[in-house]
Design a protein around this ligand. Structure first.
Ligand code: F6P
Length: 560
């Protein structure tokens, strides 16, 4: 693995620095002077129309950003990813989530580290599909012979956020009378509330964990198993002997993991488990068997259509020159905002209620990937890295935090995501409600870009101090991502778009976007502190003064 290029030492970086020094963004003037700006800076990405024109960039800045990508080897790094090189250096692994969505029969076949990747991917996809059909068709039944009505996915991080986000987004496609629920938090409230109204006889648990060691998931899986046994036994549906209990687990638990030996040790028959591989990162795994809950509830055809959407964007990235490569350009814009214009956060604002979990999903994808202070060779980074991603669906956010984006002192680049057609075409009398919704999306991006001058405010009759309060500076950058409808394929395109944006930024910064060592310390400390919670004096003595005081508060206030 070659050493990362220091982006700050490139000629392009110096060019960008010089451009920044005299940079005076004026979207009103830029649009007025160049009637082709919107057209020139709007690019197709599979079914999506991506309008970059309301970003704070001139042609010179864009050209220099493209040169930065060239000089830091973004395209070469993407080729290394596709080829299965071990670009995840700290874990010595290939990074091959793009292989999960290669169509069957892709040529030339992908063989990495001796593994025939395409064949293995298709084999698991077929297994997941046929399992899904059995559940959907009523061939897979619970221990008392009843059809499954509820699927509960137990997982956390990438083993939860992807499935729950996609389920919420594509719920209108759930056509088999099945409902999915998602339990992730080790706070017992999560499992207690999500199972409270369920019938054990018709509930299927999917334990999803890449490593099958995650404390939260294994704890919740054991709680779910106890819940199952208790509920079945209370009803007199099954006995409480070991054989009956094993039988209950066999009918009501399946697993998804790369560690099938650990699945078996938990008590789940490996024949009821779906595998994947260490070259799929957790936050890149929704299109692996981690999506089994989706294949069951939405159907295998919907799941395959989702994969096709991902693949369309992979192909765009692979075959499109940087100047028109949408994910690369969006990643480069983020570099411009983060490293040159001082932005610290990035908002993602879906104008689609179905995407209400999309910002949370993106937080793991972006921040676990690019929240790094060292580069892939272990040397310190030379620039600021990953920005803070956040967001909420419009129009809710408009009535909450948009004030700060419009008139605050911080620069917050924002992505707006919208769809021409709604899942539910409702009318309010004569009015098309979705049309009104889209008018809000268009109005917000327009207001952010062009603002409202003091003269315009005064022309409306406002005077005195109110003029300044009612003035909008504009020049607040946005990207509009417009799709025809939130279909499975379009959703796959959207997810893949962000995967590749993250990749492009990581490549410029020279970081490994595929490890997550930053989550380890807290996990270790939780295990050290747990005995102190239980009252272990030695563990208590080991703690710092603040932690000891918090533990004392806990002991004084707990009632159970
Ligand atoms: O703790 C972080 C993390 O490792 C994520 O990267 C991952 O998605 C999540 O935990 C869950 O891990 P697993 O799928 O192995 O249970």
């Amino acid at each position: 693995m070659t050493a990362p290029v220091d982006p700050t030492s490139t000629e392009a970086w110096a060019e960008l620095d010089a451009l920044r020094a005299s940079f005076s963004p004026d979207l009103r003037a830029w649009f007025a002077e160049d009637p082709t700006r919107a057209e020139r800076l709007s690019l197709p990405l599979a079914d999506l129309h991506v309008d970059l024109s309301k970003n704070l960039v001139t042609d010179d800045v864009l050209a220099a950003l493209v040169r930065l990508a060239e000089q830091t080897g973004v395209a070469e790094r993407f080729a290394a990813l596709l080829a299965g090189e071990h670009i995840n250096t700290t874990e010595d692994r290939a990074v091959l989530h793009t292989a999960l969505r290669r169509p069957a029969g892709s040529s030339p076949a992908l063989v990495v580290d001796g593994q025939r990747i395409d064949e293995d991917v298709q084999a698991v996809l077929d297994e997941v599909s046929s399992f899904a059909e059995r559940v959907r068709g009523g061939d897979w039944v619970g221990v008392t012979g009843k059809r499954v009505t509820h699927v509960v996915n137990i997982g956390i991080g990438g083993s939860d956020l992807g499935p729950v986000m996609v389920y919420e987004a594509l719920k209108p496609y759930a056509d088999a009378g099945l409902e999915a629920r998602f339990v992730s938090n080790i706070d017992p409230t999560d499992l207690a509330q999500k199972t409270a109204d369920l019938d054990a006889e018709t509930t299927l648990f999917i334990v999803a964990s890449k490593t099958f060691t995650t404390l939260e998931t294994l704890t919740n899986a054991r709680l779910a198993r106890d819940w199952l046994w208790t509920r079945l036994e209370e009803k007199g549906a099954t006995g409480s002997d070991e054989t009956s209990r094993a039988d209950a687990v066999a009918h009501h638990f399946v697993a998804v993991s790369t560690a099938l030996d650990k699945v078996e040790a938990f008590g789940i028959d490996p024949r009821n488990a779906f595998g994947f591989w260490d070259w799929v990162g957790g936050r890149y795994s929704v299109d692996s068997a981690i999506g089994t809950s989706l294949a069951v509830v939405l159907g295998p055809d919907v799941f395959r259509e989702l994969l096709a959407g991902f693949h369309a964007v992979d192909e765009h990235v692979r075959t499109t020159p940087l100047e028109r490569n949408v994910p690369a350009l969006m990643g480069l814009l983020n570099v411009w905002y983060t490293n040159f214009l001082g932005a610290q956060t990035h908002a993602v604002l879906p104008y689609a209620q179905q995407l209400h979990r999309f910002p949370a999903y993106l937080q793991q994808l972006t921040m676990e990937s690019n929240g790094k202070s060292v580069r892939w060779d272990g040397s310190p980074v030379t620039t600021d890295t990953g920005e803070i991603f956040w967001g909420e669906p419009g129009t809710n956010g408009q009535h909450a935090f948009y004030q700060l984006i419009h008139q605050g002192t911080r620069l917050i680049p924002a992505d707006f995501v919208a769809f021409a057609n709604p899942a539910y075409p409702l009318r309010d009398g004569e009015r098309d409600v979705h049309g009104l919704f889209l008018a809000n999306f268009l109005a917000q991006t327009k207001a952010l870009a062009f603002g409202k001058t003091a003269e315009e405010v005064e022309a409306e009759g406002t005077t005195g101090a109110l003029v300044a309060a009612r003035t909008f500076a504009g020049n607040r950058p946005t990207t509009s991502i417009f799709g025809p409808a939130l279909t499975p394929s379009v959703l796959g395109q959207l997810i893949a778009l962000y995967e590749h944006i993250v990749f492009a930024q990581g490549a410029v910064w020279g970081i490994n976007s595929f490890d997550q060592w930053g989550v380890e310390l807290g996990k270790q400390l939780a295990l050290q502190i747990a005995p102190a919670i239980e009252g272990d004096a030695d563990a208590l003595a080991d703690q710092d003064a603040s932690t000891r005081a918090l533990l004392a508060y806990y002991r004084d206030h707990r009632t159970a």
